[in-house]
Write a protein of this length. Sequence first.
Length: 132
Amino acid sequence: HYQTLYLLLAILCILLLGSTSEDCLAGQAAATLHRDNQNLRLEVSVPSPPPSSIIVSIKLPKNTTIVSTSPKSAKIDPRTSSVKWLVKNPSPGTLRFSASTTPPPDFSNVSAEVLYRAPEGGSLIKIDAQKR
């Protein structure tokens, strides 16, 4: 009976660890980039304790125009087809960003990243977003 119990416990642990792979592990941010035709959505998981600020950016293929962003972006650079947000004093949890484009970008040529300094004056951390 104990062998069956240990086997079930091991399977449960594997399932739980797999389901939290997108969450903040070991106090580090995580980011996931989604596409919905002309809209790009980026979800960023902010760790606890949170950094003092986070820079979020999406880089698009050349000749892609950013029509709108939510929340309002800190900078849209038409020359590099990129958009950046600066979030000061973020709370732990999930932040959501979106950008509408024209024409719809080739998702294989879209990238996103999150930059922040580890709390307490730590090193600069760069997280590349996972595409979904």
